[in-house]
Design a protein around this ligand. Sequence first.
Ligand code: ZN
Length: 323
Amino acid sequence: MKHVIALDVGGTGMKAALVGAGGELLHQARRPTGRERGPDAVVEGILGFAAELRAHGIREYGEPASAAGVAVPGIVDEAEGVAAYAANLGWRDVPLRALLAERLGGVPVALGHDVRTGGLAEGRIGAGRGADRFLFVPLGTGIAGAIGIDGKVEAGAHGFAGEIGHIVVRPGGAECPCGQRGCLERFASASAVSRAWAEASGDPDADAADCAKAVASGDERAVRVWQEAVDALADGLVTALTLLDPRTLIIGGGLAEAGETLFTPLREAVRRRVTFQKLPSLVPAALGDTAGCLGAGLLAWDLIGTGTADPSIETTDPSEVTT
Ligand SMILES: [Zn+2]
């Protein structure tokens, strides 16, 4: 049976799968990234994991995987297939696509940025299914974004498109590690809400999930902390939707797990801010932590042009396929 290899490399763990032509997960595996062993060992770990998956495919499905997709964090040159930089993994300019192709018997390999790859899956087969224009915004340790256009995710000229977390929403506000002040992620990431609630509640261990619970039970201090985050987020999102006019706005990451505690006030805050803009539908992400792996599978199927996860969206010009 025809299948592809999908790999999602995170700062602490790697998720892998063999994915069928309909986007179904045939086989899944996880293991630690092992970043404490250094960047060379991490790369070798990725190559070894991929080779094991290939062997599994031959054993179980009678043929090797037809292609592979891998999503990695940091700065990624998707066109050249190079993992340019990742602060948490310590690597620089790793030609990961070529290394993987060599290890996997010369099959086509796609390299993607983790958030854009997860966004591709959310947009095509997850919460944004069928949307021709979407914006995926995960609210985690930081805030990132994936801009979906006609079944593809825009990387930008230099690989930085979608960095909505560094839109300035509070000029002169809190310093951001990026060098700017008042960036969105200083106010509305899960980490930022955790920090603000730990301070307001006096409990150093309190986090964003605790804040959401306190909001749901009507705690006034929590409501104030939460609303500040929601207002900052709405400011950033309205800037983004003014530029991009998405049909669907998908919110994911740890903070989105608060469900309607987040989405009800967020929809209201966005609605209050728009004037001429059309309101996109604002929905929670649907794929959880499998989005990156599913997206890597889509990237792989796109290379060989026979994936059917959503046949209504033309994603790959067959003339561009290199084998
Ligand atoms: Zn910043």
